[in-house]
Design a protein around this ligand. Structure first.
Ligand code: ADP
Length: 320
């Protein structure tokens, strides 16, 4: 393989730039040319493609977002869009493609692979919900952003004897809520993977109140419902003074942590190694701190990301 392409797609995440840098530098180190595809699959279909040099990815390892930009591209889900994408790749002499993104982006990579174009998926999303990897690029930065917010909110919660309901990202996966909730000493964590309801939350709040607790923090993953609804129910059913904080998009930005920069560098370089070995249709990941790769089609059809239930139980034991 003499020329590869790289794109970032779907929701951006901190560390995507470090992954792009690793792809470019690893490939050039092995005398392979790299073309950057801008604006995800949309740019691929339109031919928004430029050659990247060593210097093109200088001074980006510490920046959030993605220098290649990202986009949602419904056309990529159609046969016509996928054929146009392959036409562009062939036109530019690109022989393999690294796709950095979430599970939606993996579906695009899977579609191209099934049509005979070798792609390797790199897990870039703050949600930590990609099958076949314990951690995704951006998750560590996101939970550190959340913990910074929780710590600040906790100060006010203590000063005013209030209960704070904090909504974090995570439509299908409760990882952000669980990790940040455990690290932030939250009284209750509501996640899509568990059936805990408002009555469990109230029981815990009352237990805390009985032993003289001045404040409480409740973390709600967005997939469970809105923090506003949870707070409203609490005020209806109890006499706790409640406030809401929806953290929103601050969770997606910011300079990546050391863990994310290192993870992105390792996974980006590994994706290039696989392409150079002639292995397409793979997805890279990290398990027990070792690089792994697996069939991208199998990953999307058979594997499933699962929450660490032992950790969830621990969060309950520690917040009695
Ligand atoms: P993420 O990658 O963060 O999960 P999305 O789910 O929005 O984000 O997916 C990103 C892009 O991947 C979509 O806009 C689309 O271009 C492409 N994509 C998603 N699903 C498919 C699919 N089933 N087939 C082909 N491409 C897809």
């Amino acid at each position: 393989m003499k020329r590869i392409g790289v794109l970032t797609s779907g929701g951006d995440s901190p560390g995507m730039n470090a992954a792009v840098r690793a792809v470019v530098r690893k490939a050039i180190f092995h005398e392979v040319e790299v073309y950057g595809i801008y604006h995800g699959y949309e740019g691929l279909i339109k031919g928004d493609i430029k050659k990247l040099e060593i210097g093109s990815v200088g001074d980006i390892i510490h920046r959030g977002g993605t220098m290649l930009f990202s986009a949602r591209c419904p056309e990529m889900k159609t046969e016509e869009g996928q054929l146009k994408a392959i036409e562009q790749l062939n036109k530019h002499g690109i022989e393999g493609l690294v796709v950095i993104g979430g599970d939606g982006s993996y579906m695009g990579a899977k579609a191209l692979t099934e049509r005979g174009f070798p792609c390797v998926g790199v897990p870039g999303t703050i949600d930590n919900d990609i099958p076949g990897t314990e951690f995704t690029i951006g998750f560590d930065t996101a939970i550190n952003t959340v913990i910074d917010a929780i710590d600040k909110i906790r100060d006010t919660a203590t000063s005013h004897k209030r209960t704070y309901v904090i909504e974090v990202m995570g439509r299908d996966a409760g990882d952000i809520a669980l990790w940040a909730g455990l690290a932030g000493g939250a009284e209750s964590i509501l996640i899509p993977e568990s059936a805990d309801d408002i009555n469990d939350v109230i029981a815990r709040l009352k237990r805390g109140q009985d032993r003289g607790k001045k404040h409480s923090i409740i973390i709600v993953a967005e997939g469970v419902g809105s923090a506003v609804e949870v707070a409203k129910k609490l005020e209806e059913l109890t006499d706790f003074e409640t406030r809401v904080s929806v953290l929103g998009y601050i969770q997606r930005g910011g300079s990546p942590t050391v863990a994310d920069r290192v993870l992105a560098s390792r996974l980006g370089a590994q994706a290039v190694s696989l392409l150079l070995e002639g292995k397409g249709g793979r997805a890279v990941g990290i398990e027990q701190n070792r690089l792994v790769d697996y069939d991208i089609i199998e990953a999307l059809t058979q594997k499933k990301h699962t929450l660490d239930h032992q950790m969830f139980d621990l969060s309950k034991e520690l917040s009695i």
